[in-house]
Design a protein around this ligand. Structure first.
Ligand code: FES
Length: 367
């Protein structure tokens, strides 16, 4: 029990609780702790980063408690601690929802990330989907991926009431680098339902994409990449892709960015130019800076598949396809024949150049 006007650090030391400290004046941050419950006075977070504040960290040497507080050393968020599975449900064949016993509950906020560790030591970073402090459980969604031992374990082995190890939360995905991950990169980044809500369930997304592509098709640097593809096709593809990434729903049946951009040589400058154009469209539509950041986090997830100095082969089931020559496919969205210029309808068979991406209707040979 702290005395009147007594700092939390002093109260702990008086009670024999060893908290590291040095300056006793909010400078060295040696005493940094996490409040698991109880209100943190503003003065106790002065000088901390946004990330630390969002994680309910505070400096006990500057904190006079205004109510009961339950506290832990800050290093606790860096440790893997045991949690229990309270619920498990399949949202689709590829997506499993887990409800976890709360750990560091007051430090967990929707949109942050936690790491979960399977018994084979594989680790996966997952976004917190709910408001844990309100629900008193943590909800995360695990995407099933081929050759991913973690998701295999979650889907096939993990049971309700079973324990597993959790680390975090982390405000930003980059913070997660502290945790060694030996799992291959997932096909899609973590879902982002908050971004989808900010995009008004797709309404605002459609407005932004319409604005963006009307500018892209006029842009001398970007328009060559869309030669032979109608603007409507480009918009539909990106719309369904964003919907798939944000919601986890099976709405996208096109190719992954690595394949769809395989023939394009896109420099960092072009990528930056395109991002700046996209940002201006998001701002015109009134998307907040925080949501723009989340949108670009999705785009950056694929950046290394897109920015390159030479064309790379398209892959099918892990096998490289030739860089030259033609392939056949059935169109999943309307386009224009590069041979005769006529509109090719959805469902028509076309030939396409594997490197250039040019399309030809059945009446044109294309070579
Ligand atoms: S002891 Fe230095 S910041 Fe608290």
């Amino acid at each position: 029990m702290a005395r009147e006007d007594e700092k939390v650090l002093d109260a702990c030391l008086r009670a024999g609780i060893a908290i590291p400290f040095s300056c006793r004046d909010g400078v060295c941050h040696n005493c940094l702790c996490v409040a698991v419950s109880g209100e943190i006075p503003e003065a106790a977070q002065r000088g901390l980063s946004e990330v630390q504040i969002a994680q309910s960290m505070f400096l006990p040497c500057r904190c006079v408690a205004t109510q009961d507080m339950e506290i832990l050393p800050a290093q606790a968020v860096k440790l893997f601690t045991e949690t229990i599975v309270q619920g498990k449900a399949l949202l689709s064949q590829e997506m499993c929802k887990l409800l976890l016993e709360p750990t560091l509950i007051s430090a967990c906020v929707q949109g942050e990330f936690i790491n979960l560790r399977a018994p084979d030591q594989s680790v996966q970073s997952l976004r917190i989907m709910n408001q844990p402090a309100e629900d008193y459980f943590l909800e995360v969604h695990v995407q099933h991926s081929a050759h991913d031992s973690f998701s295999d374990w979650v889907f096939d082995v993990l049971q309700v009431d079973q324990s597993l190890f959790m680390q975090g939360p982390f405000l930003l995905q980059q913070s997660v680098v502290a945790a060694p991950s030996i799992t291959p990169r997932a096909k899609y980044p973590p879902t982002d339902l908050l971004l989808w809500a900010a995009l008004q369930g797709g309404k605002l997304l459609a407005v932004i994409l319409q604005d963006f592509y009307s500018r892209v098709y006029q842009d001398p640097l970007l328009s060559p990449y869309f030669h032979g593809t109608t603007m409507q096709r480009s918009i539909e593809k990106v719309y369904s892709f964003m919907q798939r990434v944000c919601t986890g729903e099976d709405t996208f049946f096109g190719e992954q960015p690595k394949n769809s951009h395989h023939w394009m040589v896109i420099s960092d400058d072009i990528y930056r130019h395109r991002s700046a154009l996209m940002l201006s469209c998001q701002q015109r539509a009134g998307l907040s800076p925080e949501m723009s950041k989340r949108w670009f986090a999705i785009e950056d997830y694929y950046k290394h598949d897109i920015v390159k100095s030479v064309a790379i082969p398209r892959q099918l089931d892990g096998v490289d396809l030739p860089l030259e020559g033609y392939g056949d496919m059935v169109l999943d969205a309307g386009s224009i024949c590069d041979g005769c210029g006529r509109v090719i309808e959805v469902g028509e068979h076309v030939r396409y150049h594997v490197r250039l991406g040019t399309l030809y209707c059945t009446a044109c040979k294309g070579d």
